[in-house]
Design a protein around this ligand. Structure first.
Ligand code: COA
Length: 269
C-alpha cells in the first residue's frame, strides 16, 4: 500500500508551527511526525518527559527535524499555557493546535466509579478546552490558526464499556462546532478527526487484540482492514493545508466505513 503522506509535496508545511498534545505516542505521534516530515516546527506535549524525549528522538531520526517536547498535563490549565508559551518562545508563533491527549479504559457503567468517569472527561474534554483556551491568542496572532480535535466514533452509537470516553468525545465534537462558530472571525478554523479502528495503537491493543476478537472487529469494517496511523496523519495534513481553507466546524470520520455499517442482524455479504 502506498504511503498516504507521499501525495503531499516536500515542505508543504514549511513555516508552520504546531503543538500536538498526546504527541508522545500512537496516532498523535504519527501526526507530529507527519507535520515535521513536511517541514513544520512541532512541539509534542504529554505528561511524561521520558516518553516525549523518546518520541522526539524517533521523529528527529525519521524526519531530520528537531521536535520540542514539553511535559504538561492538559488537565492543568497553567501547565498547558506554559507549553504554549514555550512553543512560541522557541519557534516564534503558533499556527496549529492538535488536541489529542486522551485517556481511556474499558469499564461497564455499573462498575465505573464517579472518579473514573470524571478523569476521562477531565483529560479528553476539559483538556481540549484548556489547550484551546491557552492557544487562542497565539492562534489569533498567526492569522491562519487551526485547532484540530481528535475525536472518535464511539458516541455515534451506544458503545458498550465506553460511557466515559463516549461522553467525553461527544463533548469534544460540541467544542469543535462551537469554537468554529465563535473563533472563525479571528481567523481560526476548528476541525475534528474521528479515527476508526487504527492498527498499532494502544486503543486497538485493548479493544481488539490479535486473534478471534481482532478478526471479528476487522470483519465489521467495510474496508476489510484496520486503518493506519499515517492515514490519520494524512487527514491531519489535509485539514492543516490550504486545500481545507474553507473547512471548519467539521469532524472528518476516517474509519474505513466502520461507523456507517449497521449491525448485520444476521445478514452477511
Ligand atoms: N477500569 C476502571 N476504572 C479505572 C480504570 C480501569 N481500567 N483505570 C482507571 N480507572 C479509574 C480509577 O480507578 C480512578 O477512580 P477511583 O479513584 O474511583 O478508583 C480513576 O479512574 C482515576 O484513575 P488514576 O489511575 O488515578 O488516573 P490517572 O489520571 O493517573 O490516569 C488514565 C487515568 C485514564 C489516563 C489511565 O487509565 C491511563 O493511564 N490509561 C492508559 C493510557 C491511555 O488511556 N491511553 C489512551 C488509550 S486510547
Amino acid at each position: 500500500m502506498p504511503n498516504p503522506l507521499d501525495v503531499f509535496r516536500d515542505n508543504a508545511l514549511a513555516g508552520h508551527v504546531a503543538i500536538v498534545t498526546g504527541g508522545g505516542t500512537g496516532i498523535c505521534r504519527g501526526i507530529a511526525a507527519a507535520y515535521a516530515r513536511l517541514g513544520a516546527d512541532v512541539c509534542i506535549v504529554s505528561r511524561k518527559q521520558d516518553v516525549l524525549d523518546a518520541a522526539a528522538a524517533a521523529i528527529a531520526t525519521q524526519t531530520g527535524r528537531t521536535v520540542l517536547g514539553v511535559a504538561a498535563d492538559v488537565r492543568q490549565p497553567d501547565a498547558i499555557a506554559r507549553a504554549v508559551t514555550a512553543t512560541v518562545e522557541r519557534f516564534g508563533k503558533l499556527d496549529t493546535l492538535v488536541n489529542g491527549a486522551a485517556g481511556n479504559f474499558l469499564a461497564p457503567a455499573a462498575a465505573l466509579s464517579p472518579n473514573g468517569f470524571r478523569t476521562v472527561i477531565d483529560i479528553d474534554l476539559n483538556g481540549t478546552f484548556n489547550a484551546a483556551r491557552a492557544a487562542f491568542e497565539a492562534l489569533q496572532r498567526a492569522g491562519d490558526g487551526l485547532i484540530l480535535n481528535i475525536s472518535a466514533t464511539l458516541h455515534h452509537h451506544g458503545t458498550p464499556l465506553q460511557i466515559h470516553a463516549s461522553a467525553a468525545k461527544a463533548g469534544v465534537d460540541a467544542v469543535t462546532r462551537n469554537l468554529a462558530v465563535e473563533w472563525g472571525r479571528f481567523g481560526i478554523r476548528v476541525c475534528g478527526i474521528a479515527p476508526g479502528p487504527i492498527a498499532d495503537t494502544e486503543g486497538m491493543r485493548r479493544l481488539a487484540p490479535p486473534g478471534e476478537v481482532g478478526d471479528k472487529a476487522r470483519a465489521a469494517i467495510p474496508a476489510g482492514r484496520f486503518g493506519t496511523i499515517d492515514e490519520i496523519a494524512a487527514a491531519a495534513v489535509f485539514l492543516r493545508s490550504p486545500a481545507a481553507a474553507y473547512v471548519t466546524g467539521h469532524v472528518l470520520v476516517v474509519d474505513g466505513g466502520h461507523v456507517v455499517a449497521a449491525p448485520p442482524l444476521g445478514m452477511t455479504l
